[in-house]
Ligand binder design. Structure first.
Ligand SMILES: Nc1ncnc2c1ncn2[C@@H]1O[C@H](COP(=O)(O)OP(=O)(O)O)[C@@H](O)[C@H]1O
Ligand SMILES: [Mg+2]
Length: 271
């Protein structure tokens, strides 16, 4: 058991590029490798949450135990009943083998309005999880497609970040801006974070200019991982069943996610 886990944030300013799919399945991969893993859903759209548990299970857990919204100091939603929740309450244990989940909540949509004036608001999550983090080897944060308070909290506790990019022209446009804003934020917070690389994802989804885009990303940013993920129907189908790709019958999808998992683990110094 590590004292300080490796903490990876999955970020991009764009939606639909595979952030959640990569976060969920990398967490599942780490779990299968025997690493004690925590997946944190920081997106108000709660996609990572529903990739692991059913809507019914989320509803009862959110009502009784709370969600990441509680850890970020949002106690306005009805389920929270105005009471603080401990991280141990909020965690859903064993969603996959060796993987625990901190689910998200729609309340995060307005968090920038609710916490706009809160002091040290970028480090709320890091402080809330201080005592539980040493229980984990790896933490994976799935972020919303922006750099608002939830993403800032993820980055402020992360040792690394990874940027999924779909290889179409429009998806690659904001990468330079994203990388410079991550550097600015972590610099301001005096927090050290490493770029674990760009992951080319959802290859085959109407990818105009695919080769040029990948080439440009390599030239401009260097750190493009060798493993890429193709668009495969088995991936979205298994997600709807709240299970990881490793439980599909699609051997090619499994191999791709395994190769990415192994490469990312190496990039994070976990293997
Ligand atoms: N490799 C893939 N093959 C098929 N569908 C995928 C793949 N990656 C993601 N998807 C699907 O595409 C949609 C967007 O992916 P998602 O991971 O949620 O992106 P983001 O988190 O960046 O918005 C989801 O419906 C997801 O199931
Ligand atoms: Mg997502």
């Amino acid at each position: 058991m590590a004292d300080a886990p490796v903490i990876l944030s999955c970020v991009n300013l764009k939606g639909g590029v595979g952030k959640t799919t990569i976060a969920v399945n990398f967490a599942a991969y780490c779990g299968l490798q025997g690493l004690k893993t925590l997946l944190i859903d920081l997106d108000p759209q709660t996609n990572a949450t529903f990739s692991c548990i059913s809507v019914e299970d989320w509803q009862s857990h959110a009502a009784e135990n709370g969600t990441v919204a509680n850890l970020l100091g949002l106690r306005t939603h009805t389920s929270a009943e105005g009471k603080a929740k401990a991280p141990d309450d909020v965690i859903v244990e064993g969603v996959f083998k060796n993987v625990d989940l901190i689910p998200s909540h729609l309340d995060l949509f307005t968090i920038d309005l609710d916490l706009g004036g809160a002091s040290a608001r970028e480090t709320l999550l890091r402080r809330a999880l201080k005592d539980v983090l040493p229980k984990y080897d790896v933490v994976v944060c799935d972020c919303p497609p922006n750099l608002t308070i939830p993403t800032q909290n993820a980055l402020a506790m992360s040792t690394h970040y990874v940027v999924p990019v779909s290889p179409d022209f429009l998806s690659s446009l904001g990468i330079g801006l994203l990388l410079s804003r991550v550097q600015k934020l972590t610099g301001d917070l005096e927090h050290k974070i490493e770029n674990a690389g760009i992951v080319i994802s959802r290859v085959g989804r109407r990818s105009y200019y695919r080769e040029q885009t990948i080439q440009t990303l390599r030239e401009q940013f260097g750190t493009v991982l060798n493993s890429s993920l193709n668009e495969r129907s088995a991936v979205s189908e298994i997600t709807e069943k709240h299970r990881p790709v490793f439980e599909t019958a699609d051997g090619k999808a499994i191999s791709e996610f395994k190769a990415l998992g192994a490469e990312l683990m190496e990039s994070l110094g976990l293997s």
